[in-house]
Ligand binder design. Structure first.
Ligand code: TYD
Ligand code: MG
Length: 471
């Protein structure tokens, strides 16, 4: 009989401790350690032996420049999804899709399964919903006629046995990995040990049988995929599905991808008939914008390979509180603190005694430093009460001494702005030694070298913001 021992496992990072402690020294998380029973039998019943591992067979080495075929890919024809995966699903690969509860993971994967089912054998295994619930959803999405196969199951041993045959499926969805369990392990479903073991087994089978497996992963309060980072190491691709609850936009973001670029995003809109692709996100993010409102700036950003225009709004208002509020939605609050400090120290603006609210409209999360200048413009506009002209886009990084630094892909940003009817841009001057005229199309370019030049545009009597000419 297998001897069982107990150990203490951090549910946040998977670190193992010999005894219970309040704080994990692996990841500094508090109260994340729970007791698990570790049986010395490997998950699928194979005996683990310390002495004999493998049969001592020689492994084969090959040259780095060996002839390789590009990995065959399966396209869903849902362009926003295919782009994020790097051009379709690779056979034998494992993907993890994380996101808050209710954000639309199950909806997205059901649509993906249905889209793939016309050319491939697809299986959708739900551990959270009964078959008829998924069927209801399929009817609502209008995909109930798709030949995809559906099952409600949570026992990993049953699932593996059903998938492990020659005419098994090509694509498998497991919704969600936290509901699956292997009965050889004594810990509860959703614990690190179960999540890790279940994922390991299904991924191993996927590599052996050559099917693609899509795992849904729940997200903790802190926003990371529950039941540990280790899961992210085991899969080939990690996608996050995010969005603000009150908004209908959903963003699918690749944070790790062995078969394609990361930072690529796909934009969807949640409607009453499921997720609909948004092919021109800039137009959508700017749809609600009011002309010439103070504190509102259009930032020309880049998301993955795509330029994207978003509205950044700032509100600076006198505060009744001893410690004024700083509320940020969709941007990094440390970055906001830095931009404010530079505006105070280098340009003489006074934010003390004011509440500051910063919001990226539409529920998008911006992480580019190139948004610094747009944030500074929004803050300055709000505090001075003078609007940025409506047809102007802004981008540029800010340094601690107040300098405005060049950012990548300026041409792509300007081109997108022009396409959407903008006529002017506030942007960094070019790096020294860059030759040739700036290809700006019909935009008036107003190049800034430091933040002083920006704040001067908002001084009383500064006149309308005009361009300094092209080039
Ligand atoms: P769901 O896919 O169940 O989220 P998750 O699997 O990430 O927990 O999505 C549930 C939400 O989406 C729910 O609040 C209802 C909404 N929804 C729509 O608005 N339209 C639809 O067509 C569907 C299927 C769901
Ligand atoms: Mg779900």
């Amino acid at each position: 009989m297998a001897r069982s021992t107990t150990r203490f496992v951090c549910q946040a990072c998977g670190a193992i401790h010999p005894r219970w402690v309040g704080k994990c020294d692996g990841c500094d998380a508090w109260n994340s350690i729970i007791e698990e029973t570790a049986s010395e039998t490997a998950p699928m019943g194979k005996k683990v032996s310390g002495k004999r591992s493998g049969r001592g067979r020689k492994i084969d080495f090959v040259e780095l420049d060996g002839k390789i075929e590009p990995a065959p890919r399966r396209m869903t024809k849902i362009d926003e999804f295919d782009r994020v995966t790097g051009g379709g699903l690779v056979n034998g690969s494992a993907l993890l899709i994380g996101g808050d509860p209710g954000i639309g993971k199950s909806t997205l994967l059901l649509q993906v399964t249905a889209a793939l089912a016309n050319g491939a054998r697809c299986a959708y295994i739900s551990g959270e919903e009964a078959e008829h619930q998924v069927q209801l959803r399929a009817t609502r999405l209008g995909v109930e006629k798709s030949p995809a196969q559906l099952a409600a199951a949570t026992d990993m041993r049953d699932i593996l046995a059903s998938l492990d045959n020659a005419d098994g499926p090509d694509v498998v969805v497991i919704d969600s990995i936290q509901t699956m369990y292997i009965d050889a392990l004594e810990s509860a479903p959703g614990s690190v040990a179960q999540v890790r073991a279940c994922a390991q087994e299904i991924i191993r089978l996927a590599k052996r049988r050559g099917f693609t497996v899509l795992l849904v992963g729940h997200v903790t309060k802190e926003g990371t995929i529950a039941g540990p980072r280790v899961l992210e190491h085991m899969v080939d691709t990690v996608l996050y599905f995010e969005g603000e609850r009150g908004h209908q936009f959903r963003i699918l973001r690749a944070v790790k991808n062995r078969f394609g670029p990361t930072d690529e995003i796909g934009v969807f809109e949640m409607t009453d008939r499921g997720l609909v692709e948004v092919t021109n996100p800039s137009a959508l993010f700017l749809a609600e914008r009011q002309d010439e409102a103070t504190g509102s700036v259009v930032f020309a950003g880049i998301e993955g390979s795509r330029p994207m225009l978003v509205e950044i709004q700032a509100l600076v208002a006198p505060s009744p509180l001893a410690t004024p509020r700083r509320a940020v939605v969709g941007w990094d609050s440390n970055r906001l603190a830095m931009v404010m400090a530079v505006l105070e120290a280098r340009c003489g603006l006074q934010f003390g005694g004011n509440d500051i609210y910063l919001n990226v409209a539409g529920g998008l999360r911006v992480s580019e430093p190139a948004a610094d200048l747009a944030v500074a413009a929004a803050l300055t506009s709000s505090i001075s009460g003078r609007p940025v002209p409506a047809e102007t886009v802004v981008f540029g990084e800010i340094g601690l001494s107040g300098e405005v630094r060049p950012v990548g892909q300026a041409e792509a940003r300007l081109k997108e702005a022009e396409k959407l009817g903008f006529t002017a841009a506030l942007l960094p001057g070019r790096r020294k030694g860059t030759k040739g005229k700036r290809a700006a199309g019909g935009l008036d370019l107003h190049e800034l070298r430091d933040l002083d030049e920006l704040t001067r545009l908002f001084e009383p009597g500064a006149g309308p913001i005009r361009a300094v000419g092209n080039g």
